[in-house]
Design a protein around this ligand. Structure first.
Ligand code: ANZ
Ligand code: ZN
Length: 878
C-alpha cells in the first residue's frame, strides 16, 4: 500500500469532525460527565511546543474518556488580558484589543491543525466584555459578602515616569523605561480576603488525593501556618519615646526565651517611627530600608543589618534583664506583629545579626548526647531537637514541654494594656499564616475594570448591576507613561449613582490572575448572559476531573482558583469548594542550544548535525562554519533553541508531533525535543499504516462471528491485544503516557510477528488478527487520531473511530502477573504463597499469615518476625 499522507489526511478528518460536531458537549447529556481541562493559553501570537505537549496530553485523556462512555467536557479559551498587549501598543502602535484578537485568531488556527477534540462552541476570551461583565458582578457580590476590602499596600513607584510599576517592570531595582531607582509607596488597593479561608485551604489539601504531592506541599508552605505565642514585652520607660510602653512580638520558639539577646522591629513599625523622630541615625536607617523595600527574596539573602534605637525591653521572666531594641532589615511589618525577640543560638538570621553587632549568644537547647558544658555556637545556629539548658525553670525539658510551660506561665500573668488600663495576659497563643490577602489592583489599562465609583460625598459606591459591564474605552493613547485609563479625557468622569454628584470611576483594573480564577466554571455554561454560572449546570459539570498545566502555576493560580470557588460558593454561584479534583503538572520541552564562534546563539533550523559514532558535530548550513553544541535547556527565544510547531506539523503532521510528545519521557519530566526523535515517531506512523493494511490483506477472509475455539497462535495474539488494552486503558487514566506507548509498540511488534508467520491463516487466527488490528487502531486513536481514522476506514469499520466505544477487555485473556514464593516457618518449608509481582511487604506478610499451613505450623504461637527476601523466600519466626 501507499505511504500514509498526513498532509492530505489530517485536514480531511478535522473537517469531518467539525461538520459532524462530534466534540460538542451537551449539558443535558445523561451519561456521567468527565471534565478535562488544560491551562488556557495567553494569546502571545503563536503556539509553542509547551502548548503542543500540554494540549496533546489533555486530548488523549479527553478522547479516551469519551470512548469509554463519558460525557466529556473539553473546552478552550484565552487568558487575554495583561501587560504584553500594552507593550505592543507602545512599541508597535497597535491597539491592545486588535493585537489580542489577531493573536487569538492566529493561534486558534494553529491549534486546529493539532486535531484536538475541543468543544469550540464554548470558546471565550477573558477580555470579552461578555466574560468580564460577570467577573465584575462577582467582585460586587464578594464585596457585599465581606470578601473584598480596601487596604493600604506598598507598590513599586517610578519617580521619573510618575507611575506604578508591575514587579516584572522593575529590573534590578530600577524602572524598566526610566531607569530611575524605584521607590515603595503606600496606596489604597482592593484586596480579596483569601486569608479568611487560610485554614480551610490548608485542611482541604488532604482531600485532593489526585494532586501531585509536591504541589500540595508547595501550597502548604505558601499558606505557611505556624503555631506560636504573642508576647507583650514591657519597655523600660527611661529609654522609651513618650506614649510607648510595650512591644508585642510573635514567636514560634517561646522555649528559647532565655537565649534572647536582642529585640528587632521592622522599619515601618510604629516604634521605629517614634525612635526615628528622636534619633537621626535611626531615621537614616529607616529611610534607607523603606526606599529599598523588603522583598522576601532580598531578606533571605541580603546582609542582616540593623540600628540600635536605644530603647530597652524587659525580659518577661526577669525584671532586671534588659534587651536592646534594634530596627532590623530582616523583620517584615506584614508578618506576625512586625517585631521579634532574637535568639541567635537557635536562629541563623539572628546569629548572623549578633555576630555583626557583637551581641553574643547563649545556647538553650542542647542536642541529645552532647555535653552542655562543651556545647558552643559560633557560625551555625542549632535548630534541631534537644533538651533545655541555661534556662532556669525550663532546664531538662524537651522543646515541646518548654513551649507549653512558657505559654502557660505567660497566659497566667496579667498586665495592664497600654492606654485602657485593662488587665490582659502577657502571653497569648496564636496561629499565624504566611498567606496574605490578595491585592488585585493594577494600575494598568488592559485588564478587567474594577466596577467602583469614588464619590466625594458618598465614598466608595459600587456600579449598579444594570450598568455592568463597565467596558474599557477603545480610544486610548499610550504616549504617556502610566495608566491609559487614568489619562483618558472622559472615561473616568461620571455622576455618582447614589447622589448624582460629580464622581470618578476607579481606574485600577484587576490582576489577570482574577480572570483565570474562574474561567473553568464559566466553561460549563458560557452562554448564560445573566449570571457567571448556571449553578445547576456548574454543579453537575464541576469539578474539573483532570486539570493539566505547568508547575509554574502550582502555587498562585491554583490557590487563587481554590479561593475563588469558595467565594463563589459563599455567593451562590457554585456549591462546592474545590475546582480541580485531579491535577497534573507536565514537564517542559527542552532542546540543545547552539552557538556560533562569535558566541551568538543559532536556531536548530540553521544547523546541520553529523554523527560520527557517539560524537556529534554541528555546522552552519554553509557546511563549514563550526557550531558549538551547548547544554540542553528550556526552549526560549533568547537561547534561540525553539522549534516551531507549525514547521513540525507541516513537515511530519500533527500525529507525529503528538506521538513524539508522549513517547520518550514520563509526562511530568522534561522531554528533549530532537530531530531524531521526531523522525522515529514519523516512522512509527508509517509502520502502523502498513501493519493495518497488511492485516486487512491477510485477514480479509476472517469470519464475521467470533469463533468458538482459538488455536495457540490466535490465543497468544488475543492475550497480547487484551493485555495492551488493559494496560493502556489504566495508563491513560493515570497519565502514564510513555508507558502506554511502550505497551502499544510491544503489541504492534507481536502483531507484526504473527502476520509474518501467517500468510494463509486459519479462520480463528484471521479473526484474531482482525480483532488485534481493530484494538491497535483504537489504542492509538487518542494519541494519533487522524491516522487512526484513516486506518479505521481501511479496516472497513463503520463510522468514525473518534466515536467508537472503547473495546472491552476480556478478563480471561489477561496474563496474571504474579509470583510464587516458598514460605518457611522456623526454618522449615511449610507452604507457598502466590502474590502479585509488585506486592509490597505488608501485602506479602498478610497473605502468608492467612495460609492454613502457616497457622498450623505456628501452632498458636505468636509471630515474632517475618522476613521477606524480595522475589526469593519468606521466613516466619514464631
Ligand atoms: C524567637 C525565635 C527563636 C524564633 C528561635 C525562631 C527561632 P515562622 O515559622 O515562619 O512563623 N519572626 C516573627 N515575625 C517576624 C517578622 N515579622 N519578620 C521576620 N521574622 C519574624 O517563623 C516565626 C519566627 O520568625 C518567629 O519565631 C520569629 O523568630 C520570626 F530560635 O522568635 B522566632
Ligand atoms: Zn455620591
Amino acid at each position: 500500500s501507499e505511504r500514509y499522507n498526513a498532509r492530505e489526511s489530517e485536514p480531511k478528518w478535522q473537517r469531518r469532525w467539525d461538520e459532524l460536531k462530534i466534540f460538542a458537549t451537551r449539558n443535558d447529556d445523561p451519561r456521567p460527565k468527565y471534565y478535562v481541562l488544560e491551562m488556557f493559553p495567553y494569546p502571545s501570537g503563536r503556539i509553542h511546543m509547551g502548548h503542543v505537549r500540554n494540549y496533546t496530553m489533555g486530548d488523549v485523556v479527553a478522547r479516551a474518556m469519551r470512548a469509554r462512555g463519558f460525557n466529556v467536557l473539553h473546552p478552550m479559551g484565552w487568558d487575554a488580558f495583561g501587560l504584553p498587549a500594552e507593550n505592543a501598543a507602545i512599541e508597535r502602535k497597535v491597539a491592545p484589543k486588535a493585537w489580542t484578537y489577531d493573536n487569538i485568531a492566529a493561534m486558534k488556527k494553529q491549534l486546529q491543525t493539532m486535531g484536538l477534540s475541543l468543544d469550540w462552541a464554548r470558546e471565550f476570551a477573558t477580555c470579552d466584555p461578555s466574560y468580564y461583565k460577570h467577573q465584575q458582578k462577582m467582585f460586587l457580590d464578594f464585596l457585599r459578602a465581606g470578601l473584598v476590602e480596601r487596604e493600604k499596600r506598598k507598590v513599586n513607584w517610578d519617580p521619573v515616569d510618575m507611575t506604578v510599576l508591575a514587579n516584572e517592570q522593575v529590573i534590578d531595582g530600577r524602572g524598566w523605561r526610566s531607569g530611575a531607582v524605584v521607590e515603595q509607596r503606600e496606596m489604597s488597593q482592593w484586596v480579596l480576603k483569601i486569608t479568611k479561608y487560610a485554614q480551610d485551604l490548608l485542611d482541604a489539601l488532604d482531600t485532593l488525593d489526585r494532586w501531585p504531592d509536591k504541589v500540595r506541599l508547595m501550597q502548604r508552605n505558601w499558606i505557611g501556618r505556624s503555631e506560636g505565642l504573642l508576647i507583650r514585652f514591657a519597655l523600660d520607660s527611661a529609654t522609651t519615646p513618650q506614649g510607648e510602653t510595650e512591644l508585642k512580638i510573635f514567636t514560634t520558639r517561646p522555649d528559647t526565651l532565655f537565649g534572647a539577646k536582642f529585640m528587632a522591629i521592622a522599619a515601618d513599625h510604629p516604634l521605629a517611627q517614634a525612635a526615628a523622630a528622636k534619633d537621626p541615625k535611626v531615621k537614616a536607617f529607616v529611610d534607607e530600608c523603606k526606599r529599598r523595600g523588603t522583598a522576601q527574596a532580598d531578606i533571605d539573602t541580603a546582609e542582616k543589618l540593623g540600628v540600635d534605637t536605644g530603647i530597652r525591653a524587659v525580659h518577661p521572666f526577669d525584671p532586671e534583664w534588659q534587651l536592646p531594641v534594634y530596627v532590623a532589615n530582616f523583620v517584615l511589618m506584614e508578618y506576625g506583629t512586625g517585631a521579634i525577640f532574637g535568639c541567635p543560638a537557635h536562629d541563623q538570621r539572628d546569629l548572623d545579626f549578633v555576630n555583626k553587632y557583637n551581641l553574643g549568644n547563649t545556647p538553650v537547647v542542647c542536642p541529645e548526647g552532647q555535653d552542655p558544658a562543651s556545647f558552643v555556637i559560633t557560625d551555625t545556629a542549632f535548630d534541631g531537637d534537644g533538651r533545655m539548658i541555661n534556662s532556669r525553670f525550663l532546664d531538662g525539658m524537651t522543646i515541646a514541654e518548654a513551649k507549653e510551660e512558657v505559654a502557660k506561665r505567660l497566659e497566667a500573668e496579667l498586665r495592664a494594656l497600654p492606654g485602657s488600663g485593662e488587665q490582659a495576659p502577657v502571653g497569648e497563643r496564636k496561629v499565624n499564616f504566611r498567606l496574605r490577602d490578595w491585592g488585585i489592583s493594577r494600575q494598568r489599562y488592559w485588564g478587567c475594570p474594577i466596577p467602583i465609583i469614588h464619590c466625594p460625598s458618598c465614598g466608595v459606591v459600587p456600579v449598579p448591576a444594570t450598568d455592568l459591564p463597565v467596558t474599557l474605552p477603545e480610544d486610548v493613547t499610550f504616549d504617556k507613561p502610566g495608566n491609559a485609563l487614568d489619562h483618558h479625557p472622559s472615561w473616568k468622569h461620571v455622576s455618582c449613582p447614589q447622589c448624582g454628584g460629580k464622581a470618578q470611576r476607579e481606574t485600577d483594573t484587576m490582576d489577570t490572575f482574577v480572570d483565570s480564577s474562574w474561567y473553568f466554571a464559566r466553561f460549563t455554561d458560557p452562554w448564560n448572559e445573566d449570571a457567571p454560572t448556571t449553578p445547576e449546570v456548574a454543579n453537575r459539570m464541576m469539578p474539573v476531573d483532570q486539570y493539566i498545566g505547568g508547575v509554574e502555576h502550582a502555587i498562585l493560580h491554583l490557590l487563587y482558583s481554590r479561593f475563588f470557588m469558595r467565594a463563589m460558593q459563599a455567593t451562590g454561584h457554585v456549591s462546592m469548594p474545590e475546582p480541580f479534583a485531579g491535577m497534573f503538572t507536565q514537564g517542559m520541552v527542552v532542546h540543545e542550544t547552539y552557538r556560533k564562534p562569535d558566541g551568538g546563539f543559532v536556531s536548530p533550523a540553521e544547523v546541520m548535525i553529523t554523527a560520527d559514532g557517539d560524537r556529534r558535530r554541528a555546522v552552519l548550513l554553509d557546511g563549514q562554519t563550526p557550531v558549538e553544541i551547548g547544554p540542553i535547556e528550556k526552549m526560549s527565544k533568547s537561547k534561540r533553541n525553539t522549534v516551531d510547531p507549525d514547521d513540525i506539523i507541516g513537515t511530519y503532521g500533527a500525529d507525529t508531533a503528538r506521538w513524539f510528545m508522549l513517547s520518550d519521557s514520563p509526562p511530568d519530566r522534561d522531554v528533549i525535543w530532537s530531530e531524531e526523535g521526531v523522525k522515529g515517531a514519523s516512522r512509527f506512523v508509517q509502520r502502523l499504516w502498513r501493519l493495518v493494511n497488511e492485516s486487512v490483506a491477510i485477514a480479509g477472509s476472517a469470519p464475521a462471528d467470533r469463533p468458538a475455539e482459538f488455536g495457540a497462535e490466535a490465543l497468544a495474539l488475543r492475550k497480547s491485544a487484551h493485555g495492551a488494552l488493559d494496560k493502556v486503558t489504566s495508563g491513560i487514566e493515570r497519565l502514564h503516557f510513555n508507558v502506554c506507548l511502550a505497551h502499544i509498540r510491544e503489541f504492534a511488534n507481536n502483531l507484526t510477528d504473527t502476520l509474518g508467520k501467517a500468510s494463509t491463516p486459519t479462520p480463528d487466527l484471521a479473526w484474531a488478527i482482525r480483532e488485534a488490528a481493530i484494538v491497535l487502531v483504537q489504542l492509538v486513536s487518542p494519541m494519533m487520531p487522524h491516522l487512526a481514522e484513516e486506518c479505521w476506514e481501511a479496516l472497513g469499520q463503520p463510522g468514525l473511530v473518534s466515536e467508537a466505544p472503547w473495546p472491552a477487555v476480556e478478563p480471561a485473556l489477561l496474563v496474571k502477573d504474579s509470583i510464587t514464593l516458598p514460605v518457611q516457618v522456623n526454618g522449615k518449608k511449610r507452604a507457598e504463597v502466590t502474590v502479585p509481582r509488585d506486592a509490597d511487604n505488608p501485602q506479602i506478610e498478610a497473605a502468608v499469615l492467612a495460609l492454613d499451613a502457616v497457622k498450623q505450623a505456628l501452632d498458636g504461637k505468636p509471630v515474632r518476625k517475618i522476613i521477606v527476601v524480595p522475589q526469593r523466600i519468606v521466613n516466619v519466626v514464631g
